[in-house]
Design a protein around this ligand. Sequence first.
Ligand SMILES: [Fe+2]
Length: 274
Amino acid sequence: MIHGIWGQPFIDLEQLLDLSELDAIHEEVCLGLAQVPVAYTGGSHRSMGIMPPSLAAEALGDYGSVLRQLSREDRAVFASLADDPIAARDQDTLDFGEERPRALSRRQQLWLEYRHGVYFPWKVYFEMIPNHYWDEKASAEGKSFTREARTFFPKTIAFVRGLPFTQIGRCNVMGLRALDYGTVHLDGDPAKKPEVDHFITFCPGGNKRLFLWDEERQERLFIDRRAYWFNDSDYHGVESAPYFRYSIRVDGVFQPEFLRSLEARYPERPRGDE
Ligand SMILES: [Fe+2]
């Protein structure tokens, strides 16, 4: 099932936000991405246990599984490619990756892809406000837009600062190359976390087809909007397309009045009544 928010599968924010700058932001983001160093992300959803059972095979090569099975020689190669290769010699290989103490270096990501066939769905990932652990994404403490973000994405940052948050703890560009698809996964466990995290996704190009996945019904529900909020404890993925596309996700804490205006707009009712 899709849990959604207040009886809606997702919240359409197109009418509630001023999106008049999105065309100009699209120009800026495409030009900026051509000039900043980007990283890969994803690539371990299956080993993280966050994929629906029926689609787990879509993850193809998963680096969590690969890292567990590296030979001693390959572990040495992996360590030599770390950002701090000397320290990495004594570090546990399994400490590297998403939601782990150490981030994979660019060289490690490429080696995992080239040598071990790992599939990284998001190959154009740029952190404007870096955030390490998922459960820290709403907190702005000690965080800021990076120097590169401020240099190459000033209009985008102005737009993000104008969004209805009291604080922002994470902001990043999630880009997929042509023919890649975003593996279906969930970000939170609906059994453990009934409240929905506050975030806004916006898609300046209007061409990224994110969908919610209903594992029971085996159905996709596409969100063809340029700005939206959804329950990320629902399974979600990105449809393949023969061209590059991206969205920008901003995490934080919504302003109370914004939340109240949304609640008033969508008085909760059981799904199925729509
Ligand atoms: Fe996600």
